[in-house]
Design a protein around this ligand. Structure first.
Ligand code: ADP
Ligand code: MG
Length: 241
């Protein structure tokens, strides 16, 4: 298993990161003073109440947005100093996203949804391989409307990992799913982590899901309240919610 700390340089290094939305009278401090290192191959859960700043932090890690204070480094490079083209290139090469809602193109099959990404990636796996990895090898030519919510989420995961990103960022990936279906999706995310060595960050407000993680980062009121290392990681089958 990957070491959580130690001499290896972190993938992400955040120092004093803050994010304020808006201007003038209607400013919202979504994140304040976040110091955090994330290491290659970690499985991290970001846990906290709604409005605590989890999505804001994930969006900064994925360079979808920029911090308003502090520094955010990726392999020693300050993401805040990249222009938009540089951030797009970083995201395209290194980051896979999975969101609560699957955002598949309804007029394209599962295979074609994954192919949209593999066509523009440097060293992708074939779409069929990505779909097989998420257990949908036999559903490649079905359209999103022919798939259940959990299956659509697995297509979204296949799409996110087909480009072999270093990091998979998941924002409430089971938020729209029942427990049994959510468990299958979590099992797939865990398999990606284990088999591809992908660094995984999963957002949840569900403390049970945090038991899957190597490290749990508690975020509320825009601040890291604590970081704990799970002595025992639970498999998705052992988790109830
Ligand atoms: P979480 O994901 O933990 O629920 P968010 O990161 O979405 O929390 O939100 C943190 C805070 O920032 C909340 O108060 C939210 O209302 C605010 N916020 C999030 N996105 C925006 C935005 N685009 N504009 C203004 N405020 C926002
Ligand atoms: Mg959120």
């Amino acid at each position: 298993m990957a070491a959580l700390t130690g001499p290896r340089p972190p993938l992400f290094h955040l120092a004093g990161v803050g994010k304020t939305y808006g201007a003038g009278e209607v400013q919202v401090n979504a994140l304040s003073g976040v110091d955090l290192d994330l290491y290659p191959g970690e499985f991290v859960v970001l846990l906290g109440p709604s409005g605590g700043g989890k999505s804001t932090l994930l969006n900064l890690l994925g360079a979808l947005d920029l911090p308003t204070s502090g520094t955010l480094e990726w392999q020693g490079r300050d993401l805040g100093r990249l222009d938009e083209a540089g951030r797009n290139a970083f995201r395209r090469a290194s980051i896979g996203f999975v969101f609560q809602f699957y955002n598949l193109v309804p007029s394209l099959t599962a295979f074609e949804n994954v192919q949209l990404v593999t066509e523009i990636s440097a060293d992708p796996m074939p779409p069929a391989e990505a779909l097989t990895l998420v257990g949908l090898g036999d559903r490649q030519h079905h359209f999103p409307a022919q798939l259940s919510g959990g299956e659509q989420q697995r297509v979204a995961i296949a799409r996110a990992i087909a480009k072999r990103p270093a990091v998979l960022l998941c924002d409430e990936p089971t938020g729209a799913l029942d427990c049994a279906t959510g468990r299958v999706v979590l099992r797939v995310i865990e398999k990606i982590h284990r088999e591809l060595g992908t660094t995984v960050v999963v957002i949840t407000h569900n403390a049970a899901i945090a038991e899957m993680a190597e490290r749990v980062i508690h975020l509320s009121n825009g601040r890291i309240q604590s970081i704990e290392t799970n002595a025992v990681r639970r498999s998705p089958e052992e988790i109830q919610w």
